[in-house]
Write a protein that binds this ligand. Structure first.
Ligand SMILES: [Zn+2]
Length: 223
């Protein structure tokens, strides 16, 4: 019973983070979370620990739990790991993709577009991340799928903090092109497209050290 409650909190809070309704750095007070979900602090603590394990929450001694706030270094690492895993995974997915898989990905893109049209940017963002997870599922590599799921999940924090373009996230062109490569069962093209897509995503992040992060006021003003 308690397990089910903790799982429910994890899944709802995770979705809220993925959809940018709950933002990096936000305090997650045990009392408040407990009240919202109508559960005990023990269950809340259990849920927050699970989320900390997945990199979405950071638990600080004596301060409590917060939505994780990846540093520039961590942000870069998340995307570097994705660049390492996802092109190869897209290749494997293209080798295996069935008509049913392609139909599912198509449906996914359609839902994402519907969300954008309704102005639900957060939901669109979440769906666009899930497109990547779906590719890993098609590749039928469970271990890598779990890694990619976590990386995509943490990407939503990175995007909340460092994204510089306020338009649709994954360019739908890129996802459409990938879809075509899966439909044609073309591994080379799928791998190349995913490689390019991740480079493009990374280039949309502002991962330069901001002056306020590295310099004191004296240094900033005194040069
Ligand atoms: Zn994408």
């Amino acid at each position: 019973m308690s397990e089910t409650s903790a799982e429910k909190i994890v899944s709802q809070l995770t979705e809220a983070v993925h959809e940018h309704r709950v933002l990096p750095g936000m305090k997650l007070s045990e009392d408040e979370v407990g009240e919202v979900f109508g559960v005990s602090r023990t269950i809340v603590r259990q849920a927050l620990r699970t989320m900390a394990h997945g990199g979405l929450v950071s638990i600080e001694r004596n301060r409590g739990a917060f939505v994780a706030k990846p540093s520039i270094k961590e942000a870069r690492e998340v995307f570097e790991a994705r660049a390492l895993l996802e092109p190869q995974t897209a290749r494997a997915a293209a080798e295996r993709a069935t008509a049913a898989d392609v139909a599912l990905l198509e449906e996914h893109i359609a839902q994402e577009h519907a969300a954008i049209e309704k102005g639900e940017a957060g939901r669109a963002l979440n769906l666009s991340g899930l497109f990547h997870v779906e590719i890993a599922r098609i590749a039928d590599q469970a271990t890598i799928e779990a890694f990619i799921r976590q990386l995509v999940s943490r990407s939503s924090l990175v995007i909340a903090l460092y994204w510089q373009r306020r338009t649709a996230l994954c360019e739908s062109n890129a996802h459409h092109a990938l879809l075509d490569a899966f439909r044609d069962n073309d591994p080379d093209r799928a791998e190349e497209l995913m490689k390019g897509h991740l480079v493009d995503l990374l280039s949309q992040l502002n991962l330069r050290e901001g002056p306020s992060e590295t310099r004191s006021l004296r240094e900033a003003l005194g040069g």
